[in-house]
Unconditional design. Structure first.
Length: 265
C-alpha cells in the first residue's frame, strides 16, 4: 500500500499505524484518509494482527483537516460531496471501522489531537497520552459541527455537560486535564510514550482474539442496550466462545500453570 502519508508496521501481533506528515502536524489530506482506511481494513482482515496502535510522526498526533490541502475549486467540490454524503447517508469510514473491528485499538497521542485528529483518537478503545499531548474539539471555531463521530464518542467519554463545554468553546486542553476528565487512561513522559504503549499492546495481543473481539462488542453494545437485551447478547457471545479451541487452551494452560498460546479459533 502507498506509504507517503502513512507508515505501517507489524511485529509480534501488534500493528502500528503512524500518520506521517510531521511538517503539517499530520493534518489530514484526502490521500491520508484513504491510506488510513486501507490500513484499518488490512488490520481488520489480517489474522496476524491481534492489537493495533495509532500514533503520529514528529510533534503532532493529528491537527485535523489540512485546510491548505483545499483549493478554491476543492472547497466547491467538498461542499457538493458533503451534500451528496448526507443525501446518500455515506459517513466517514475510519470511526466506523475502528469501533466495529473486533480487535483492540490503542491511540498513542504524542502531540496535538484536534478536530478530526480528536475524532481519530477517541475512536480508539484506549488512549495513552504523552505529557506533550493536547486535545481540542475545535470544529465550531472553523464553522462546522463535530464530524467523524466526534460528538458521539466524546459525550460517552466525558458526559454531555463536559462535551458541551469543550465543543462550544473549542478550547485546547492539556494531557493532565484530559486524564482528569476521563478522556485518556494514562499520561506518560514523551520519551516513554511508544515503549509504554507497545508494552500494553503486546500484552493485549497475547490474549484470546475471539474473546477480546466479543468483549469489545459487549462494551460498546452496553451503551445502547437495556439489561435484558444485553444479557441475551452476552449469552450468544459466551456460547460461541465456549466452543472455541482458545477456550480449551485457556483452561488447559491455567491447569498446567503456563502462559496460554491462543490461535484465534
Amino acid at each position: 500500500m502507498p506509504d507517503q502519508h502513512l507508515l505501517f508496521d507489524l511485529s509480534k501481533g501488534v500493528a502500528t499505524i503512524t500518520l506521517n506528515r510531521p511538517e503539517r502536524l499530520n493534518a489530514f489530506t484526502g490521500q491520508m484518509h484513504r491510506e488510513l482506511v486501507e490500513a484499518l481494513v488490512r488490520c481488520r482482515d489480517d489474522s496476524q494482527v491481534r492489537c493495533l496502535m495509532i500514533t503520529g510522526a514528529g510533534r503532532g498526533f493529528c491537527a485535523g483537516q489540512d485546510v491548505k490541502d483545499r483549493s478554491a475549486a476543492g472547497e466547491t467540490d467538498n461542499r457538493a460531496a458533503s451534500v451528496g454524503r448526507i443525501l446518500n447517508r455515506q459517513f466517514d469510514l475510519f470511526p466506523d471501522i475502528m469501533r466495529q473491528m473486533a480487535k483492540p485499538i490503542i491511540a498513542a497521542v504524542n502531540g496535538a489531537a484536534v478536530g478530526q485528529g480528536l475524532s481519530l483518537a477517541i475512536a480508539a478503545d484506549i488512549i495513552i497520552a504523552s505529557t506533550t499531548a493536547r486535545f481540542g474539539a475545535v470544529w465550531p471555531l472553523r464553522g462546522i459541527p463535530p464530524e467523524s463521530a466526534g460528538a458521539y464518542n466524546l459525550v460517552r467519554m466525558v458526559g454531555p455537560q463536559r462535551a458541551c463545554e469543550l465543543i462550544f468553546t473549542g478550547r485546547i486542553i492539556e494531557a493532565a486535564e484530559a486524564k482528569e476528565i476521563g478522556l485518556v487512561v494514562r499520561v506518560v513522559p514523551a520519551e516513554q510514550l511508544m515503549a509504554i504503549t507497545k508494552e500494553l499492546a503486546t500484552s493485549i495481543a497475547k490474549g484470546a482474539p475471539v474473546a477480546l473481539g466479543i468483549a469489545k462488542r459487549q462494551i460498546y453494545q452496553a451503551w445502547t442496550m437495556d439489561m435484558p437485551t444485553f444479557r441475551e447478547f452476552e449469552s450468544y457471545g459466551l456460547d460461541y466462545s465456549f466452543k472455541t479451541e482458545d477456550r480449551e487452551e485457556g483452561i488447559r494452560s491455567f491447569l498446567e500453570k503456563r502462559e496460554p498460546k491462543f490461535k484465534g479459533r
